[in-house]
Ligand binder design. Structure first.
Ligand code: URA
Ligand code: SF4
Length: 219
């Protein structure tokens, strides 16, 4: 199936999904958006009030700051893919629960497979924990890890910077390095001769990770 068809199929499925209790508080599911050939995919935590109203990811205050971070890093929002670990808004913006994250995970896995991004960037502790369960964001933020045929960078959540002034310069500096990291990712993937058929191979054991990712097959 073409990536674009798979992505619109996933969006249609999540709009009527009842796999976890978050569907009760959903006005609009937020499957995520971006071009299917995006090299960078951002994964946030879950839709908030404005995202639930509009059915689009990162359109509230955190989203405006994300837009600013992207612009300052010389990236266009229209060139990246943006989604969340849960596609429906948790009531009162509480953290998604482990059972909600795991109920929703297959949609995220299918999106990753369809888009096949070179770099996955987690925004916040919960979406990092999905891959690096024991890592501490304070020590790994902004660091790029090669995992399988892909790169992974955990970042602070933009909302954290809005609540804690000391995080703002850190997240700005981490985003400012993205163009350089994208160059590294492109050339490493080219040199290692990754082909579409070998991209999802799980044979490569990363040796620079602090923590074993839970889902090596995703990278
Ligand atoms: N915060 C998130 O984690 N995701 C969104 O889509 C919006 C705010
Ligand atoms: Fe389904 Fe995910 Fe929404 Fe839960 S959060 S109802 S699993 S789409």
């Amino acid at each position: 199936m073409m990536a674009i068809e798979e992505l619109s199929g996933i969006a249609a499925e999540v709009s009527v999904c009842t796999k976890c209790t978050l569907h009760h508080s959903r006005k609009n599911a937020v499957p995520g958006e971006g071009p299917e050939q995006a090299e960078i995919m951002f994964i946030g935590e879950g839709p908030g009030f404005h995202e639930n109203e509009q059915g689009r990811p990162f359109v509230g205050a955190a989203g405006q700051f994300l837009d600013q971070l992207l612009t300052q890093a010389g990236l266009k929002r229209s060139n990246v893919w943006i989604t969340n670990i849960v596609k429906c808004r948790p009531p009162a913006n509480r953290d998604p629960l482990p059972e909600e994250i795991s109920a929703c995970n297959l949609y995220l896995e299918r999106q990753i497979k369809a888009i096949d991004p070179k770099i996955i960037i987690s925004l916040g502790r919960l979406s990092m924990a999905n891959y690096l369960p024991r890592a501490k964001i304070g020590s790994v933020h902004g660091q790029m890890h090669k995992v399988g045929g892909r790169f992974f960078i955990p970042m602070y959540h933009p909302a954290a910077a809005l609540h804690q002034a000391s995080i703002k310069p850190v997240i700005l500096a981490d985003f400012a390095r993205l163009p350089e990291l994208l160059k590294v990712a492109r050339s490493e993937l080219k040199n290692s001769g990754e082909t579409d058929s070998s991209k999802h191979a799980t044979g490569n054991q990363p040796n620079d990770l602090e923590d074993e990712p839970k889902q090596l097959n995703l990278f």
